[in-house]
Design a protein around this ligand. Structure first.
Ligand code: ATP
Length: 141
């Protein structure tokens, strides 16, 4: 079985945590961020670390983003960049795209663009914690 390849765009708290988990699991991971400092910090962690503005279509093409099995768009605050980059990677033919959404409207747009998995980490983690508190409460009772 050939190894799956992953590219992560954006090394905020979410992207960097996904990156470390994948690397710890033995995966090959390319990271892209426009911040030189962030990329320098990940040179020894990721398989490959590239400084680029992911909104630059030519940069994505020259990196060969379409050859990756999974791309994670982990740009958060800049919703416009997140939408544009997600759209471009889907157009380039990436099979599995996961993108982080800031709010329900952002999530709807990403789904409409064909993003395969839209995640809202704070909301999902909040739900998980709530459920775990409820089950702990039941056990204590
Ligand atoms: P988190 O909650 O995961 O910490 P966030 O929602 O605050 O992240 P940002 O800090 O806006 O999201 O972005 C995450 C990362 O994405 C940053 O390291 C930023 O440099 C990078 N980034 C943002 N826009 C681009 C872009 N157009 N190209 C490449 N990297 C980008």
């Amino acid at each position: 079985m050939t190894k799956q390849t992953f590219a992560i765009i954006g090394l905020g708290r979410f992207g960097s945590s996904v990156c470390k988990t994948l690397v710890d699991g033995g995966a090959e991971v390319l990271v892209i961020d426009r911040s030189e400092t962030k990329i320098n910090n990940y040179k020894k962690i990721a398989t490959q670390a590239i400084i680029a503005d992911a909104q630059d279509e030519n940069a994505l093409k020259s990196i060969g983003i379409r050859n990756f099995d999974h791309v994670v768009v982990a740009i958060g605050e800049d919703i416009q960049a997140s939408i544009l980059v997600s759209m471009m990677v889907k157009e380039m033919g990436v099979k599995h795209v996961t993108a982080k959404a800031q709010n329900k409207y952002h999530a709807r747009v990403l789904e409409k663009l064909g993003v395969d998995k839209v995640v809202r980490p704070e909301r999902e983690m909040g739900k998980r914690i709530g459920k775990s508190l409820l089950s702990k409460n039941m056990l204590d009772y």
